[in-house]
Design a protein around this ligand. Structure first.
Ligand SMILES: Cc1ncc(COP(=O)(O)O)c(C=O)c1O
Length: 440
């Protein structure tokens, strides 16, 4: 569990290796052990009593807590400067538990239209059935006008810090200000940026979400998610009556029911996800998968730095190519997000970029069929370079008007830069362009 989180006294590069794990508490094992167990013995009846009454925090059952998973939660919390964290089985579990925890019982979420396709589609298909309406904002890039889209029952603003696939950047400080003026939290999906490139809490975010499937783990070998909280948002207002609810399970030694903010004042949001949503909806991260994410985190800084370099090189190569209509990458001078990138992303604005393929649909398909080094699949943030036709795959759920709003033209091709030698990547693209243009 994310109690007693390591405070970020060390620098980022030290924390990604050391935070949240003390070898002397684990048989002096240098690498965090995989606690592959479903359940944990009680020492005696007194111990069981203490754990269940929350008098002592400890492990009971891996669905709600496990030492390998706890190490991951505490490590990422330290990287983000969060007061609490919870790891879950996927990024989608992180998003759904977060939004349900905020708007359960009904309400609205104001969301950026620039999102992963699965997020947008789930917003339309699933949440309304739970009484939650998700409005796609028209003014997410004009924070001064965004307030006009906040309704009395709007309960949060949801954005991606670097959007997938267009790498849209937003002025999160300004958006956070609008949210806070209306007594609602800003929720940021920081998956593409990772904490190495961007710290949402430092820019006013109240809740941070990760699909750890991507850059955090970085090797394309695990599905995982995390939710973090800043500890700064006041959930005890009329908008969020669920945080005032008092539960028998949280009772004090005298048997008086208590609420989450009473028992977990530093991290009521993630504690509520843990004991309500994770406990009963059950999308638990396995200890083995938590270990893989921890292992990936050990090289987060080096991977992201190289991916940013490779993305920049590929963006520059593509932007002068005659087979390319346009390139979207905030590192390019020509990008409308270049100034924001320089201000808020000093280490680079991510490893994903997209470009418009100039040619027919058949030529575009021939191009994708001809790449040899790039992997053609839906993931991002892998050590290997990846390529995909997003509008037809990762965002295929979007209807034409939604694609228009999300600015996803049919000829968009997304690249997730890996760690290869960039000359090999360029040679692969060059070869594929040639093959594509062999078709009339
Ligand atoms: C930005 C973003 N958030 C969330 C998700 C969902 O994460 P997961 O696939 O781990 O459930 C994805 C998946 O592609 C994503 O790109």
């Amino acid at each position: 569990m994310a109690n007693g989180l390591t405070k970020p006294v060390y620098h980022f590069d030290t924390l990604r290796l050391r935070a949240g794990y003390e070898p002397n508490a684990h048989q002096y094992a240098v690498s965090p052990p995989i606690y592959q167990t479903a359940s944990f013995d009680f020492r005696d009846v007194e111990h069981a009593k203490a754990l269940f009454s929350l008098g002592e925090i400890g492990n009971i059952y891996t669905r709600v807590g496990n030492p390998t998973v706890t190490a991951l939660e505490q490590r990422v919390a330290a990287l983000d400067g969060a007061s609490g964290a919870i790891a879950l089985a996927s990024g989608m579990a992180a998003i759904s538990y977060t939004l349900l925890n905020i708007a359960e019982g009904g309400g609205r979420i104001l969301a950026s239209p620039y999102l992963y396709g699965g997020s947008t589609d789930s917003f339309k298909k699933i949440y309304p059935k739970f009484g939650i309406t998700i409005d796609l904002a028209r003014n997410i890039e004009n924070p001064e006008k965004l307030a006009t889209e906040i309704r009395p029952d709007t309960k949060a603003i949801f954005v991606e810090s670097i959007s997938n696939p267009n790498a849209v950047l937003l002025d999160l400080d300004a958006i956070a200000k609008v949210a806070h003026e209306h007594g609602i939290p800003l929720v940021v999906d920081n998956t593409v940026a990772t904490p190495y490139l961007y710290n949402p809490i430092a820019h006013g975010a109240d809740v941070v979400i990760y699909s750890a499937t991507k850059g955090l783990s970085g090797h394309g070998n695990v599905i995982a998610g995390l939710v973090l909280e800043s500890g700064n948002f006041n959930w005890q207002t009329e908008k969020f009556p669920q945080f005032a609810e008092e539960y028998y399970t949280l009772r004090d030694p005298e048997g008086k029911k208590r609420s989450f903010p009473q028992v977990f004042p530093e991290f009521p949001f993630t504690a509520r996800i843990r004991f309500n949503y994770l406990n009963y909806f059950g999308a638990a991260l396995s200890p083995f998968n938590a270990y893989l994410v921890l292992l990936g985190l050990e090289t987060l800084s080096e991977r992201l730095a190289k991916q940013v370099q490779n993305a920049q090189t590929l963006a520059e190569y593509l932007s002068t190519h005659q087979a390319v209509e346009w390139v979207r990458y905030p590192g390019l001078q020509s990008s409308p997000y270049h100034a924001l990138a320089k201000r808020d992303f000093p280490k680079g604005a991510g490893g994903i970029l997209s470009f418009g393929f100039k040619g027919t649909e058949a030529q575009r398909e021939a191009f994708l069929n001809a790449v040899q080094l790039f992997h053609y699949h839906v993931n991002i943030g892998d050590a290997r370079s990846l390529i995909v036709n997003s509008p037809q795959t990762t965002h295929h759920e979007l209807e034409p008007d939604e694609k228009k709003l999300a600015d996803l033209p049919e000829n968009l091709i997304r690249i997730s830069a890996g760690l290869e030698n960039p000359n090999d990547l360029i040679a692969d693209l060059e070869h594929a362009f040639k093959k594509a243009y062999e078709i009339d």
